[in-house]
Design a protein around this ligand. Structure first.
Ligand code: MD3
Ligand code: FE
Length: 223
C-alpha cells in the first residue's frame, strides 16, 4: 500500500514526552552534507573513530568519535587514553550555534536556546547491523538538553521512561535530517536504537550507506 505513490506527511514538531521534542526534516540537505564532511574529518583523527570497549569486556557495535570531550565508559576526558592518548579535536563555535538553533526550533524558547552551550559532540556511526541497547546518559554533570541529529539511513529509535528499561516506551522512526531534543524531565530517560533500516538513506547527503547520529551535550565540566 502507498509504496512509490505517496509520501505520508510528517508533522513539524512532536512532543513525544515532556521535554522530548522530535522535529522531522529540520536539517536542510546542504547542512547534512556539511555535517557528514566534518564528521568524516573527525573520524580520521586526532582520535580515530572506533568501537568503544566496555568495562565488562564487550565492544559496542556502533563506531564513535568525540569532539570537545572524549567519552569513555563512564566518564569524559580531554585525552583519549583508551584509544591513542591524544587530545580530541576542539569543539567548534559553529556546532554550538547549531545546537542553539536546534533548541530554539524544538522548544520555541529563545531564552533556553541562548543559554544552551554544549561543549561536546558524540558522533555515532551505525552499519546495517549496529544497535544501541536501552541506556541512560548520566555521565554529564549538567542537566542541559541533549540535541540529536540523524543523517543517512533511518532507524527505529526507542524512547523509554526514567525508571527502567521496560515499558512504557515509544518507538519513533528517525529519518535523515531529523532533530530530537531531550531536556527537562526527559533528559535522563532510557533510550536506544533497536534497528537501522538499511538502504533508506539518500546518498546525496554524502552517506552512501549507514546511519550517522550526532549528539550535542554539555558535560558540565567547564572549558
Ligand atoms: C535521550 N545515541 O550516543 S540519539 C548516545 O542514535 C545515544 O546514536 C543514540 O543514545 C543514537 O548516547 C540515540 C538520541 C538520544 C541521545 C541522548 C539522549 C536520546 C537521548 C539523552 C537523554 C535522553
Ligand atoms: Fe544515549
Amino acid at each position: 500500500m502507498n509504496e512509490g505513490l505517496f509520501r505520508l506527511p510528517r508533522p513539524e514538531r512532536v512532543e513525544v514526552a515532556p521535554g522530548a521534542v522530535h522535529v522531522p526534516g529540520w536539517l536542510p540537505l546542504e547542512r547534512q552534507q556539511e555535517l557528514v564532511a566534518a564528521c568524516r574529518e573527525w573520524a580520521r583523527g586526532p582520535v580515530p573513530i572506533r568501537r568503544t570497549e566496555l568495562p565488562g569486556g564487550g565492544v559496542m557495535s556502533v563506531r564513535t568519535v568525540c569532539v570537545g570531550w572524549h567519552w569513555q565508559p563512564y566518564r569524559y576526558t580531554r585525552v583519549a587514553d583508551d584509544v591513542n592518548g591524544l587530545p580530541v579535536a576542539q569543539f567548534p563555535d559553529w556546532l554550538g550555534e547549531l545546537g542553539r538553533s536546534a533548541v530554539a526550533a524544538a522548544y520555541g524558547d529563545d531564552d533556553a536556546a541562548a543559554r544552551y552551550s554544549p561543549d561536546t559532540a558524540l558522533i555515532n556511526f551505525y552499519d546495517d547491523s549496529a544497535r544501541m541497547g536501552l541506556h541512560q546518559d548520566k555521565d554529564e554533570k549538567s542537566d542541559a538538553p541533549v540535541v540529536s541529529l540523524s543523517i543517512g539511513d533511518s532507524c527505529v529509535f526507542r524512547f523509554g521512561n526514567t525508571e527502567n528499561r521496560g515499558r512504557p516506551y515509544t518507538d519513533v522512526e528517525l529519518v535523515s535530517g531529523d532533530l530530537f531534543v531531550f531536556g527537562g524531565p526527559s533528559r535522563f530517560a532510557y533510550h536506544g536504537v533497536p534497528k537501522v533500516l538499511p538502504g533508506t538513506g539518500e546518498p546525496a547527503t554524502g552517506m552512501a550507506r549507514g546511519r550517522l547520529n550526532i549528539t550535542l551535550r554539555d558535560t558540565g565540566l567547564g572549558r
